[in-house]
Design a protein around this ligand. Structure first.
Ligand SMILES: O=C[C@H](O)COP(=O)(O)O
Length: 251
């Protein structure tokens, strides 16, 4: 039975003080949730204090990015060792904003995914098409390129620790959600791709989250689709009440 995972991605929002206050409210709101893994992805500056605040709670912590090397002359970067040391469990990799604004290629994303796994961090690999890809009928081609490129050289055992997040870029922060049927179609395609790259059993175990304007009002219908196993939530994850409603709508 694959795991339902609802993860927040705060992006570049909240100071450390605001972050600690937010998660202290969130952990109370979701303390009785058992069927869903709850994760918050927070800025680097807040990771340590957020992890301390969430110790002994059922909410896990994610970083929003990391470098693939353990240490060295990489000014401004954060390494997997640094994340492990402060009890971070997940790391969001290959988000479309990293690809678009910071030039991350599949090759870079793949190095990060492999490094995360080697350091016992669970990567959330983000994949998804731009509006022009969808309009030109290239959604599957782009998604396949991200999935195959991001997972290159991973073993079946590695794969079982990877979470995939399908995020159509045109739906991120725009209020335009993919319809449940549109999202399900791509999720099914991704699972089929993983079955081809590995096998059916592995594909059935992988959590594939949907991301893109997920809100309390649309989460239940999206997550109830056969191949949608949770969400990667941006804007709505900044408000504990809204995020907890999304978590509780996952069944
Ligand atoms: O990682 C999260 C996504 O980019 C979705 O963001 P959003 O929920 O604000 O559309």
């Amino acid at each position: 039975m694959r795991k339902l995972i609802v993860a927040g991605n705060w992006k570049m929002n909240k100071t450390n003080t605001e972050a600690v206050k937010t998660v202290s409210e969130l952990k109370e709101l979701v303390k009785d949730v058992k069927n869903v893994e709850v994760v918050v992805g927070v800025p680097f500056t807040a990771l340590s204090d957020v992890a301390k605040e969430l110790k002994d709670s059922n909410v896990k912590v994610a970083a929003e990015n990391m470098h693939w090397e353990e240490k060295g002359a990489f000014t401004g970067e954060i390494s997997p060792l640094m994340l492990k040391d402060i009890n971070v469990e997940y790391v969001i990799l290959g988000h479309s904003e990293r690809r678009e604004y910071f030039g991350e290629t599949n090759e870079i994303v793949n190095k990060k995914v492999k490094s995360a796994l080697a350091h016992d961090l669970k990567p959330i690999l983000c994949v998804g098409e731009q509006l022009e890809d969808r309009e030109s009928g290239n959604t599957e081609k782009v998604v396949e390129d991200h999935v195959v490129g991001g997972l290159k050289d991973l073993t079946k055992e590695d794969m079982l620790n990877v979470v995939v997040a399908y995020e159509p870029v045109w739906a991120i922060g725009t209020g335009k959600t993919a319809t449940p049927a549109q999202a399900e179609e791509v999720h099914k395609f991704i699972r089929g791709l993983i079955a081809k790259l590995y096998d059916e059993e592995t594909a059935n175990e992988i959590t594939i989250q949907y991301g893109g304007s997920m809100k309390p009002a649309n989460a239940e219908e999206l997550i109830s689709q056969k191949n949608i196993d949770g969400g990667l939530v941006g804007g709505a994850s900044l408000i504990p009440e809204d995020f907890s409603k999304i978590v509780k709508s996952a069944k």
